[in-house]
Write a protein that binds this ligand. Sequence first.
Ligand SMILES: [Zn+2]
Length: 251
Amino acid sequence: MKKILYKFLAFTFLTSSFCSKIKADENKNKEIFGIIENFTEIMGKAWMKDKFLKTIRMPQTILLDANSRVYGSCSQRDKNLKTIGGSSYCSSTNTIFLVKEDVDLFYELNDSSGLLYLLAHEWSHSLQHAWLSKIPHPAKELQADCLAGRFVTMFEENIDRKKILSLAKISLHMGSKIHGTGNQRAYALLTGLGVIDGTCSIPKMKDLAKKPGNANKVISLMNLRSASNDININKSPHKKSFGELIEKFEY
Ligand SMILES: [Zn+2]
C-alpha cells in the first residue's frame, strides 16, 4: 500500500512540475509574440506615415524554425543552403525571416530589449533596401546595428544602463567578416543607443568600418573601468517619440 502511495505521490509531483514548465513556456511565447506584434505594428504605422516609404511595400515578417526549408526564396543566399539557418532579411522578396531559436535566445539573453535588437536590426535592412542604399559591408551591418539601437530606445524608453551594457555585450560576441568585429558592432549599437556620441549616417558607419581599431575603446566601457572622452557611461540613452521615429527614418 505504501509503495502505491509513493508511486502516486511521485507521479503527481512529476505531472505538476511538467505542467508548470508548459505554463511557463506558454507565457514566454505569449510575451514574445506580443513584442513582435507590437513592434511590427508600430514600425508599419511609421512606415506608412513616411512620405517616401509609403510608396513602397513594407516588409513582411515570417517567424519559422531554424530547420524550416525555404526553397528559392532569396537570390542572395547560398544555393546549397536549403534551410533558413538564421534570422535574416531577404531583399528580393522584402521578407524578414525570424528564426524562433534566435528569437528565444535574444529574449533569454536580454528580455524584451534583446528581442527588439534582433527585430530592429532586420527591419533596418529593409529600410536600407527601400533607400536603395549602396553602403558596402561591413558598414551596412554596422548601420543596421546602429539603427537597431535607435529603435530599441524608442520602444524601451526606460531601458537602464545595465540592460544597455548587457545588450552591447551580446553584440561583442557576434563579430564576422560581413558584420564587422564584435567591438565594431558594440560601438555601432552603443552609438544608436545614444551612449556614444554620433549618428548612424553612411559616412560615420563607413568610417567605423574602415578603422576597426577605433572601436576597441568599447572594451573599457564593457569592463566599467573607465570611460573615454566620447563614451559616457553615465549618459542617459536617447528618448525619442514616435513622431521622431518617423522623422529620423532617413539617415
Ligand atoms: Zn544584418
